[in-house]
Design a protein around this ligand. Structure first.
Ligand SMILES: NC(=O)C1=CN([C@@H]2O[C@H](COP(=O)(O)OP(=O)(O)OC[C@H]3O[C@@H](n4cnc5c(N)ncnc54)[C@H](OP(=O)(O)O)[C@@H]3O)[C@@H](O)[C@H]2O)C=CC1
Ligand SMILES: N[C@@H](C=O)C(=O)O
Length: 262
C-alpha cells in the first residue's frame, strides 16, 4: 500500500509522458495513463506494474474528442485518489503559418490549449477542497520564441505558461502547487509526427534527462522549470521586466506618444 497520491498523466504512451510515468511509478505513485494508443498504454502499464509494483490504470482517450475529454474530466473530478495531474499531451506544428488548414489549427489548439485547460479546471476544485495537490503543465521554450517560426504551436505553449502563472497566483494560496515545464528540443516522436527529422537539429536533449531535470524543479516546487536554460537569472530578468512594465501601465489615459498632435 502506498500513501502517495495517484497521478494522472496525459500523453503517457510515448516520449516525455512515458518517462514521467516511469519516474513517478518508481517513486511509488499509482498512475492513470491517458492517450489514444491503448496497446502502447497497456504494454507500458504492465511493465510499470511488474517493475515497480504500483497500480497502473489505463484510460484511452482522444483529448480532442469532446466525449473522451469529458470522460477524463469526470475521472479527475471523481477519483479522489488522484491529486497530481501531469498535463503533457501535445502535438507540434507541421509547416509554417501559411500552410495551416482549419483542421490542423483546430487540432493544435484543441489538444495543446483547450484540453489542457479543461483538465486543470476539472481537478482544481477538488484539490482546493482538500487544500493539496499538483498541476504540472508542459509548455515549451518555443512559447518564448516567436523567432522559431512555429507561430500557432508557440502560441499554445505561451498560453500554457501564462495559464500556469495565473493558476499559481490563484491556487497556491489554497495549497495547490502549479509547475510549468519548458523543454527545448527533446528527442521524442513529436518531431516525426510533425514531419520533421529530429536529426537535422543541431542539439537535442534526451528525454530521460529532460524529465529527470523537470522533476528536480518539481521537488524544489519551482513555478517555472526550464531544464535547457543554463543561466537561471535570464528567466528572473525576463519575468521581472514583465512585472516592471505593468507599473508603467496607466489605465486612465493613453500615453503621450499616442495623443493627436494639434
Ligand atoms: N519533444 C520536444 O522537443 C518538446 C516537447 N514538448 C511538449 O512535450 C509534450 C509531450 O510531447 P513529446 O513527448 O515530445 O511527444 P510525443 O509525440 O512522444 O508524445 C505525445 C503524447 O501525446 C499523446 N497525444 C497526441 N495526440 C493526442 C490526442 N489527440 N489525445 C490524447 N493524447 C494525444 C500521444 O499519444 P497517442 O498518440 O497514443 O494519443 C503521446 O503519448 C507536448 O506537450 C509537447 O508540446 C515541449 C517542448 C519540446
Ligand atoms: N516540440 C517542439 C517543437 O515542435 C518544441 O516545443 O521544441
Amino acid at each position: 500500500m502506498t500513501s502517495l497520491p495517484a497521478v494522472l498523466i496525459t500523453g503517457a504512451s510515448s516520449g516525455i509522458g512515458a518517462v514521467y510515468a516511469d519516474r513517478l511509478a518508481r517513486r511509488g505513485h499509482e498512475l492513470v495513463l491517458v492517450a489514444r494508443d491503448k496497446a502502447r498504454l497497456d504494454a507500458s502499464a504492465a511493465r510499470l506494474r511488474e517493475t515497480y509494483g504500483v497500480e497502473v490504470n489505463v484510460l484511452q482517450a482522444d483529448l480532442t474528442a469532446q466525449s473522451d475529454l469529458a470522460t477524463v474530466e469526470a475521472r479527475l473530478r471523481d477519483d479522489t485518489r488522484i491529486q497530481i495531474l501531469v498535463n503533457n499531451a501535445g502535438i507540434a506544428q507541421s509547416g509554417d503559418f501559411l500552410q495551416q488548414s482549419a483542421v490542423s489549427i483546430d487540432a493544435l489548439i484543441a489538444l495543446n490549449a483547450t484540453a489542457l485547460t479543461r483538465l486543470a479546471a476539472a481537478i482544481a476544485p477538488r484539490l482546493v477542497q482538500v487544500g493539496a495537490g499538483t498541476i504540472v503543465n508542459i509548455s515549451s521554450v518555443v512559447g518564448l520564441a516567436p523567432e522559431l517560426g512555429m507561430s500557432i504551436y508557440g502560441a499554445t505553449k505561451a498560453f500554457v505558461l501564462f495559464l500556469s502563472q495565473g493558476l499559481h497566483l490563484e491556487l497556491s494560496p489554497k495549497g495547490i502547487y502549479v509547475q510549468a515545464v519548458l523543454p527545448a528540443a527533446t528527442r521524442t516522436e513529436i518531431w516525426e509526427r510533425a514531419g520533421i527529422d529530429v536529426n537535422i537539429l543541431p542539439e537535442v536533449m534526451d528525454v530521460e534527462e529532460l524529465v529527470d531535470a523537470a522533476l528536480v524543479g518539481y521537488d524544489r516546487r519551482e513555478l517555472v522549470t526550464i531544464p535547457p536554460l543554463h543561466v537561471a537569472e535570464r528567466w528572473d530578468v525576463l519575468d521581472g521586466a514583465r512585472q516592471g512594465l505593468l507599473s508603467d501601465v496607466r489605465q486612465a489615459h493613453a500615453a503621450d506618444r499616442y495623443r493627436h498632435q494639434a
